[in-house]
Design a protein around this ligand. Structure first.
Ligand SMILES: Cc1ncc(COP(=O)(O)O)c(CN[C@@H](CS)C(=O)O)c1O
Length: 411
């Protein structure tokens, strides 16, 4: 049984009542790309623009005071949401996970990396991490190494032990793979990195929305996530960083809000986290992200995780019954994210996704921003169904029906 009252929760998401095509009920299974947004979050945005829209950072007038307090408290709330005791000083708001990766790659990587240094990634990294560190390594003369992924889509930890060593300066690893669903042993990798005085960056885009995350228990040096993947709005992401690291880092974007004193010769920087938030920040988005964190905590992330497992294992089982289906990632019974990526023999992923669209099922087909992983798996693309707190086992039947239909058409 699911621990959630899904029918009640679905009332918070009007878009889920949508019909597509010729009156076909929408089955939204593209949550790893972006989740839907509950009324409570939309109302937080509306309330901001109707009642206290203003620029932040302490204008003298009342609206600016109210907006500043709300924006600052949103940082404290998201820090708490991921287990950061340093509150706002350890929580930078970015545009998304990708910008968080770039912030650390530029503000930390450009200064800390050089010839002889190594950045250790994994073969399952998203482009937000893989391309970013690959290009920063080119700029600094550092080398990149990739921890192998085995046939079950899990990290080869023996290989990780070989790669992480005295030349390692940074380990950057995805917490939950957006393709395989693999949940990586990020605490173990953090220990390995720290044994060699290296830093670890954890990409939590597919973890923070779906399971309790405690950055201090992991001992992550940096941890990134996106608001739009956790029932929040687009345009805001979170970068957790250990306070002493953020304090040592120079900003990589300059302008208003991030400065303290400026003269014609030089400038000094504002306190954390504002030092890393140049210009007018993501005000309404950050305030809405606070509402999203409250919404998810009210349900309970452990219950959301349990519900996702309930739907995912059913989808895995039902798809496995279809001849010609190949499912990627760890087998059932292992801890995995709320998604199933697969291919149907003889049917290109894009053809399958368009048939599924005819059945009202919204899934993703392509490389999911992990082209090297697909090259390694020797597949041009994959189809991915990804679930969230508002999906049901009954919806999985529409997915199965669509796959069967595609099989009859194409295979
Ligand atoms: C593991 C992981 N890491 C980083 C990102 C980037 O998140 P942004 O909010 O776009 O910056 C994503 C977003 N993956 C989307 C778009 S490709 C998917 O369909 O899988 C992700 O899954």
């Amino acid at each position: 049984e699911s621990p959630l009252d899904v029918q009640r929760l679905r009332e918070d998401f009007p878009v889920l009542e949508r019909e597509v095509g010729e009156g076909t009920p929408l089955v939204y299974f593209d949550n790893a790309a972006t989740t839907q947004t509950p009324k409570q979050v939309v109302e937080a945005i509306t309330e901001y623009y109707y009642e206290y829209n203003s620029n932040v950072h302490r204008g003298i007038h009342q609206l600016s005071q109210e907006a500043s307090v709300a924006y600052e408290e949103a940082h404290d709330r998201l820090a708490e949401f991921v287990g950061a005791s340093g509150e706002r000083e350890e929580m930078v708001f970015t545009k998304n996970t990708t910008e968080a990766e770039n912030l650390v790659a530029y503000a930390w990587g450009l200064n800390e990396l050089g010839e002889g240094d190594e950045v250790v990634l994994t073969e399952m990294e998203h482009h937000a991490s893989l391309v970013t560190w690959q290009q920063i390594a080119k700029k600094t003369g550092a080398d990149v190494r990739y921890i192998r992924v085995d046939d079950e889509g899990k990290l080869d930890m023996e290989h990780a032990k070989e790669l992480v060593g005295p030349d390692t300066a940074m380990v950057s690893v995805v917490h939950v793979s957006n393709v395989l669903g693999t949940v990586n042993p990020v605490s173990e990798l953090a220990d390995m990195a720290h044994e060699h005085d290296a830093r670890i960056f954890v990409d939590g885009a597919q973890a923070v929305p779906n399971r309790p995350v405690d950055v201090e228990a992991i001992d992550a040096d940096f941890y990134a996530f996106s608001g739009h993947k956790m029932a929040g709005p687009t345009g805001v992401g979170g970068l957790y960083g250990k306070k002493h690291l953020l304090e040592e880092m120079e900003p990589y974007q300059y302008g208003g809000e991030m400065i303290r004193k400026v003269d014609f010769e030089d400038a000094t920087w504002n306190d954390l986290p504002w030092k890393f938030e140049a210009g007018t920040p993501v005000i309404s988005q950050g305030i809405a992200l606070h509402a999203a964190a409250d919404y998810l905590d009210e349900i309970g992330l452990d219950r959301i995780s349990e519900h996702e497992e309930y739907v995912t294992e059913y989808a895995y089982e039902r798809l496995s019954e279809i001849e010609g289906i190949e499912i990627y990632g760890p087998p059932l019974g292992e801890d995995r994210g709320g998604l199933v990526s697969f291919n149907l023999d003889g049917v290109h992923a894009h053809d399958l996704s368009s048939i599924l669209n005819d059945y009202g099922v919204a899934i993703r087909a392509g490389d999911h921003c992990t082209q090297p992983l697909h090259q390694k798996m020797d597949i041009p693309a994959s189809v991915r169904a990804s679930f969230y707190l508002y999906n049901t086992r009954a919806e999985v039947e529409a997915l199965v029906e669509g796959v069967e239909a595609a099989k009859n058409i194409f295979a």
